[in-house]
Design a protein around this ligand. Structure first.
Ligand SMILES: Nc1ncnc2c1ncn2[C@@H]1O[C@H](COP(=O)(O)OP(=O)(O)O)[C@@H](O)[C@H]1O
Ligand SMILES: [Mg+2]
Length: 466
């Protein structure tokens, strides 16, 4: 049985990787890690503590001895029990050892005060207190060591007795029996305690994993909702835009004719007709742009390097806004996986995002930090580009709407930039995630799945598609 216990506890201890580095030995010689919920005793209901104190009070009131020292020692034990959890919290490294040592000392003193000859005291089972405490806190080997120390303290009571008496073989047998009982109790409790600690840690790890999965699930659901909404909205407005285009053509033609006809006879009317025609031009351009967005695109997927595409996009935006006081900080990880993408469309994604960042940081400028790193999503490798600006950020109440076509907060904005980004990323089976706290800038994460070939192979001509 002892062998069984040991094997059990050792393997359990191996599973307890201690984040705080409290574990001092592989075979469980050091203090066992405290589960983050706190000290095991701190979770026991208060009534158990109360019961414990009641038993101590019972000991205090009971014969065989009624003497003040005994009462004081019992009170000290009670106090230690009450403040033990706090002691462990204050000194996570040594608190548990202090608690056990104090209990051994108090138990030894108690025995000394409860019998003429301390070794004969009927209070000897009080040594279970330090033994049980050690068994709940420590691994197997440390528990054995603490129990041995407790036994040594017990045996030390022989020293004064041996000065006046000689010890019989029977008494030695009795003493050894008691010590064996201490070890038995220690091992039994240690076995359960180690198992409980292991389970607590396993369930904590599981809970953490679950929280991560839940978060990811929420994100995926949000993305799916966004895509659905965009698809529905896109279809509807594409139909509408198509219908608007024809009458616009007629209005435009008529306005142009009017301008020409009235040029000499009625200059004012001619000027007004000119306005109609120029505004119609603006509307036509908008409708054309939207139809471009809504039209299903044939992707030309070619394996390529995302960082080149990002650099081209950043250069294009810089060229569009040469006077912007924006500092671009780049952090690209080397050896990124190759991504299959439509270069032109992917460049548009980063152009639109960078342009928004530039616009958000107007007029004072700021920092646009661009990071490119490998990432794993749903078990697949890919590349994640993160664009973080130091602008005003995006308020949570519009963080979903900004991806809708025609949603804009800018005076001259069209509101198609992010809708286009979202659509292109979707078509690449990627994902787009916004992270923004107002006042701390906006941060867009764009993920593209990898092509499944290494960076080296990307130069091999046979892998290119035409
Ligand atoms: N980096 C950013 N910082 C703050 N707000 C942003 C940022 N990017 C986008 N937005 C918000 O999202 C809206 C929609 O952006 P977009 O679709 O590109 O259209 P537009 O730029 O024409 O307004 C913007 O009007 C703005 O309110
Ligand atoms: Mg924009």
């Amino acid at each position: 049985m002892a062998h069984n216990l040991q094997v059990h506890s050792t393997s359990a201890d191996d599973l307890n990787s201690d984040p705080a580095g409290l574990e001092t030995g592989k075979e469980g010689s050091g203090p066992a890690p405290i589960p983050s919920q706190g000290h095991p005793l701190s979770r026991t209901p208060n009534w158990i503590d109360a019961l414990f104190l009641l038993f101590l009070a019972g000991l205090a009131a009971l014969p065989p001895v009624r003497e003040p020292h005994k009462q004081i020692i019992l009170a000290a034990i009670a106090l230690l029990q009450i403040f033990e959890a706090r002691l462990v919290r204050v000194s996570p490294r040594f608190g548990r050892s202090y608690a056990v040592i104090l209990k051994i000392l108090l138990a030894t003193v108690l025995l000394d005060h409860t019998s003429e000859m301390a070794i004969n005291s009927s209070y000897w089972p009080i040594y279970l207190l330090p033994v049980v405490t050690a068994a709940t806190y420590f691994g197997t080997w440390a528990t054995l060591a603490w129990t041995a120390l407790t036994s040594a303290a017990f045996c030390s009571l022989l020293i004064p007795a041996l000065q006046d008496f000689t010890i019989t073989a029977e008494a030695v047998g009795e003493l050894v029996t008691r010590i064996v009982f201490l070890f038995l109790a220690a091992m039994l409790i240690n076995r359960f305690s180690v198992e409980i600690r292991r389970r607590a840690q396993a369930s904590q790890a599981l809970a953490e994993e679950l929280a991560v999965t839940n978060k990811r699930l929420g994100e995926v659901q949000e993305e799916a909702r966004r895509s659905e909404r965009l698809a529905a909205l896109g279809q509807m407005s594409a139909g509408l835009a198509h219908e608007i285009r024809n009458p616009l053509g007629v209005i435009k033609g008529s306005a142009e004719m009017l301008t020409k006809k009235l040029q000499d006879s009625n200059p004012l009317a001619s000027e007004l007709a000119g306005y109609i025609s120029s505004e119609v031009n603006r509307l036509s351009a908008l409708v054309a742009r939207f139809l471009d967005f809504a039209r299903p695109q044939a992707l030309e997927l070619v394996p390529g390097d995302v960082s080149e595409v990002v650099d081209r996009a950043l250069a294009a935006v810089r060229a569009q806004r040469p006077d912007a006081k924006v500092v671009v900080e780049r952090r690209y990880i080397e050896g990124l996986p190759v991504v299959r993408m439509d270069d032109r469309l992917a460049e548009q994604v980063f152009q639109n995002l960078a342009l928004n960042a530039y616009e958000a940081m107007e007029p004072d400028g700021g920092i646009l930090s661009v990071e490119i790193a490998g990432a794993r999503r749903d078990g697949a490798d890919g590349v994640e580009v993160t664009l973080r600006d130091s602008g005003p950020g995006i308020p949570p109440e519009i963080s979903e709407q900004i991806f809708n076509p025609f949603f804009t907060t800018k005076k001259t904005g069209v509101g198609l930039g992010l809708a286009i980004v979202s659509k292109i990323v979707d078509e690449h089976n990627g994902s787009l995630r916004l992270e923004s706290e107002p006042g701390r800038g906006a941060c867009f994460h764009v993920y593209f799945p990898a092509a499944g070939i290494s960076a080296h192979a990307s130069n091999a001509p046979q892998l290119h598609e035409s």
